[in-house]
Design a binder for this molecule. Structure first.
Ligand SMILES: Nc1nc2c(ncn2[C@@H]2O[C@H](COP(=O)(O)OP(=O)(O)OP(=O)(O)O)[C@@H](O)[C@H]2O)c(=O)[nH]1
Ligand SMILES: [Mg+2]
Length: 382
C-alpha cells in the first residue's frame, strides 16, 4: 500500500472511529438499542434455521464480515455469500472464493441484480438443504440472511422471492423488502417464500455493525462501500479517499482511448455503443478527466502525500465542470463528492476489490469472528 493513500485512509478511519463512538448513553453512533435487540434476535435464530447465509460485500470480503456470528466458520450450515460481484475485480473475487474454500468455508459469489446469478443461488441453496435434510421427512426449510448494513441482504431476499416464487408457480401477493442505498433501512426480521417442494423460506434481517471496527483499513473501506451512513463520516472525506484509491489503482488506464477528445465529441459519441449503459456523456467526461489528471502527475503522487493532495484538489476542480455544477453553487465541492461516490458505487468508475487476499500466516479473526452469545445483548422485542 502506498504512503499517500494511507494518509487518507487514516484520516477517514479516525472520523469513522469518532462517529462510531459518539455515544448516546452507552450506544455508539450507528449501533443503537434497536441494533442490539436485532443482533440478539438474529443470534437466537441461528441455531433454529437450516442455513445461515452470511452476506458480505465482494469488494471487501474480509472487512464486511458479520461480527456477531457465533457459529464456527467450518459449519456446513453457514455459507458466505459474496454479493455485488459486478462491482468487484473479477480475478480477485475468484481468488477470494478459493481462499475461503481452502479454509473449509462454503463460499458463493452472487450479483443480486442478475437473475441468472439468483437462480444459481436458489439451486445452490436447494441442493444444500437437500443434503442437510437427507432422510428428514419435513417439507419446510428456513434460511436466514445476515450481515452488516447495505451488503444487499434485502435485495437478495427480494430477488430470491421473486424468481423462486415464479418457478414455484406460487399464487398470492409478491412481497417486497425495502432495498435502499442508505444503510440500516431494514428494521425487522421478515420471511419470504423462495421455493416449493420442499417449501423454503428466507429470513431477511437488519444489518448489524458494531462500533468497534478491527482497523483503519476495514473502517475506511466499510465507510466507502456504504456500510456506514455517509452523513456520519462526511461525503467529502469519502470522495477524497476514493480518489486516493483510484489514483493508486490501474483501473484508470482503461479510459485511455477517451483522452484527447474534446468534450463535444463525447456527446456526439452517445449511442455509439448501444449495449454500454455507461455511455452517459458526463461519465465519459469524468473518466477522461481522471485519466488525464492521473497521467499528468505520473506515479510520483503515490508516495508523496503533498502530490496526492494536489492531484485530488485538481480533480475536484475539473470534475466540478464535468458534472455541470453551476459556478455559484456554494456547496459545489460536496456536490462533486456526492456525484463521484454515486458513480463509484454504481460501478461506473471500474471494479475494485479493496481487501487484499490474506497471506497464509495472516490472523483470520474476521473469518472466525469472536464468540458472542445472545445474552451479550439486552432483551428487546424486534
Ligand atoms: N451493484 C450492485 N448493487 C447491489 C447489489 N445488491 C444490492 N445492491 C445495492 O446495494 C444497496 C443496499 O441493498 P440492500 O438490499 O438494501 O442492503 P441490506 O443489506 O438489506 O441493507 P440493510 O437493510 O441496511 O442492512 C442498494 O442500493 C442495492 O440496490 C448487487 O449485487 N450489485
Ligand atoms: Mg435490508
Amino acid at each position: 500500500m502506498t504512503g499517500a493513500i494511507c494518509t487518507y485512509r487514516q484520516h477517514l478511519a479516525a472520523t469513522v472511529k469518532k462517529a462510531g463512538s459518539s455515544r448516546m448513553g452507552t450506544w455508539g453512533g450507528w449501533f443503537t438499542p434497536h441494533s442490539a435487540a436485532a443482533a440478539r434476535a438474529i443470534l437466537e435464530r441461528v441455531p433454529l434455521v437450516d442455513l445461515t447465509l452470511e452476506v458480505r460485500d465482494a469488494r471487501i470480503p474480509l472487512s464486511s464480515a458479520f461480527q456477531p456470528l457465533t457459529q464456527d466458520s467450518f459449519s456446513r450450515r453457514r455459507i458466505i455469500l459474496l454479493n455485488k460481484l459486478d462491482l468487484a475485480d473479477h480475478a480477485q473475487t475468484e481468488r477470494w472464493i478459493d481462499s475461503f474454500k481452502e479454509k473449509n468455508c462454503i463460499c458463493f459469489g452472487v450479483n443480486s441484480h442478475n437473475k441468472g446469478s439468483i437462480r444459481e443461488l436458489i439451486n445452490f441453496v436447494r441442493a444444500r438443504i437437500k443434503e442437510l435434510k437427507a432422510g428428514d421427512s419435513g417439507h419446510t426449510a428456513t434460511v436466514m440472511l445476515v450481515g452488516i448494513p447495505n451488503v444487499g441482504k434485502s435485495a437478495i431476499a427480494n430477488a430470491m422471492h421473486q424468481i423462486g416464487r415464479i418457478s414455484a408457480e406460487e399464487k398470492g401477493k409478491l412481497r417486497h423488502a425495502i432495498v435502499s442505498s442508505t444503510p440500516g433501512d431494514t428494521k425487522d426480521i421478515r420471511s419470504y417464500k423462495i421455493a416449493s417442494h420442499p417449501n423454503i423460506y428466507v429470513l431477511d434481517t437488519p444489518g448489524i455493525l458494531f462500533p468497534e471496527i478491527a482497523d483503519a483499513h476495514a473502517a475506511s473501506n466499510l465507510a466507502l462501500t456504504g456500510a456506514i451512513k455517509d452523513s456520519l463520516v462526511g461525503e467529502c472525506a469519502l470522495a477524497q479517499y476514493f480518489l486516493s484509491v483510484l489514483n493508486s489503482n490501474e483501473e484508470y488506464k482503461k479510459w485511455e482511448s477517451l483522452s484527447g477528445h474534446a468534450k463535444e465529441n463525447s456527446a456526439q459519441k452517445r449511442g455509439q455503443y448501444p449495449s454500454d449503459h455507461t455511455q452517459d456523456f458526463v461519465v465519459w467526461d469524468v473518466r477522461r478527466t481522471l485519466f488525464e489528471t492521473i497521467s499528468s502527475f505520473g506515479r510520483r503522487c503515490l508516495e508523496e502525500e503533498v502530490e496526492m493532495g494536489r492531484l485530488i484538489e485538481l480533480q475536484f476542480a475539473a470534475l466540478h465542470e464535468d458534472f455541470r455544477i453551476p459556478a455559484d453553487d456554494t456547496d459545489g465541492y460536496r456536490t462533486v463528492a456526492l456525484k463521484l461516490l454515486n458513480l463509484f458505487r454504481t460501478g461506473r468508475l471500474g471494479r475494485y476489490t479493496l481487501d487484499p487476499i490474506p497471506q497464509v500466516s495472516d490472523d483470520h479473526s474476521l473469518i472466525h469472528p469472536p464468540n458472542i452469545s445472545p445474552s451479550d445483548f439486552p432483551s428487546q422485542n424486534i
